[in-house]
Design a protein around this ligand. Structure first.
Ligand code: 5GP
Length: 179
């Protein structure tokens, strides 16, 4: 893996495709075991989670359904703190087992808002699967049952994660290089 430039910033290699896929398989196995005999509905949070959600579902050994919502709290490299829901859910989730699929949990406000919103729709259960978690940035109590990696408080791109629109298509994950 080499350094990459996205817009005006340089990023250094952080997690390789192989490391990511290994973590995704581990999470898929755990979910397949926990939801054996069930038909969970995965709700992928766009745009960032599209790649993780796709790979995660390919590793599952159980029947499942998938849909997507868009909840956004980021502008550039900063969390704005205010979560805007852009695309709403059309499925009836009452009585369903829901797994929210997120690329990265930073302040946790996006997932907290999603849990609160979807909780009012009376699902049977809701859990969170996040590929990345920045524990030092969390601003609320959040139970993240399926976690790929805990990472430090540095901005990352790749594997679905962007820097102002670019970088989502990288197979690996890169971390902002310190000047
Ligand atoms: P939270 O509400 O937990 O602060 O933010 C979650 C969202 O912020 C993620 O879905 C993601 O879009 C964005 N985000 C948080 N940290 C990063 C990061 O290091 N890189 C990128 N590209 N997006 C991030």
């Amino acid at each position: 893996m080499n350094y990459v430039t996205v817009h005006d910033k340089t990023f250094q290699p952080f997690l390789s495709e192989a490391e990511i896929q290994q973590a995704v398989s581990r999470l898929g196995k755990a979910i397949s075991k926990d939801y054996k005999g069930k038909n969970p509905l995965f709700i992928g949070v766009l745009n960032g989670a599209f790649m993780f959600c796709s790979d995660l579902l390919k590793t599952l050994e159980i029947p499942c359904e998938v849909t997507f919502v868009r909840l956004s709290s980021y502008s550039g490299m900063e969390s704005t703190g205010e979560v805007r829901s852009v695309v709403n859910l059309h499925e009836d989730i009452e009585g369903r087992d829901i797994i929210l699929v997120e690329d990265i949990v930073d302040t946790g406000l996006t997932m907290q808002k999603a849990l609160a919103n979807f909780g009012t729709l009376k699902p049977n259960s809701i859990e969170i699967a996040s590929l990345l978690v920045k524990p030092d940035c969390l601003q609320c109590e959040l139970d993240i049952k399926y976690k790929g990696f805990e990472i430090p408080e540095k901005f990352v791109v790749g594997y679905g994660l962007d820097y102002d629109g670019l970088g989502r298509n990288f197979k690996d994950i890169y971390q902002l290089k310190q000047d």
